[in-house]
Design a binder for this molecule. Structure first.
Ligand SMILES: [Zn+2]
Length: 131
């Protein structure tokens, strides 16, 4: 899945009022959007309003999260989420790893490595106990 797919899904069904607000705010530079991170499940960013208030936004394929009152009470995409989504769409898409079998293999490998680490550290304990 590309980061474009994630942000498009997160703001799916956005109402025209919030879409218009986001587009206008971006167009007149009254808000500043910064991409702070992304992986196969989410795209994160911060949006600073004209009045200097900062909101942290997380976009997932399921929904958009923002800590502004609009998003918190409505539990739906707000203008900050749309502004972040639109900003991401302006830059070339980045393919992010999908949650499919290959990733599951990677996760299993990771837990194997953890178990291996634990196994390597454990032998010291029984020796001390037996003393
Ligand atoms: Zn918001």
């Amino acid at each position: 899945m590309s980061n474009h797919s994630i942000v498009l899904k997160s703001v799916e069904g956005i109402d025209t009022e919030r879409l218009a607000k986001a587009v206008c705010s971006l167009a007149d530079d009254s808000i500043t959007v910064t991409l702070t991170g992304q992986n196969d499940r989410e795209v994160k960013g911060s949006v600073v309003n004209g009045d200097g208030k900062r909101y942290d936004v997380v976009l997932t394929p399921e929904r958009a999260f923002c800590d502004c009152p609009d998003s918190t009470f409505r539990r739906a995409a707000c203008k900050h989420a749309v502004a972040l989504a639109l900003t991401i769409l302006q830059i070339p898409a980045v393919e992010v790893e999908e949650r499919k079998p290959d990733l599951r293999l990677k996760r299993m490998r990771t837990s194997d490595e953890l178990a291996h680490d634990r196994a390597r550290r454990l032998p010291a304990l029984p020796c001390e106990v037996s003393l």
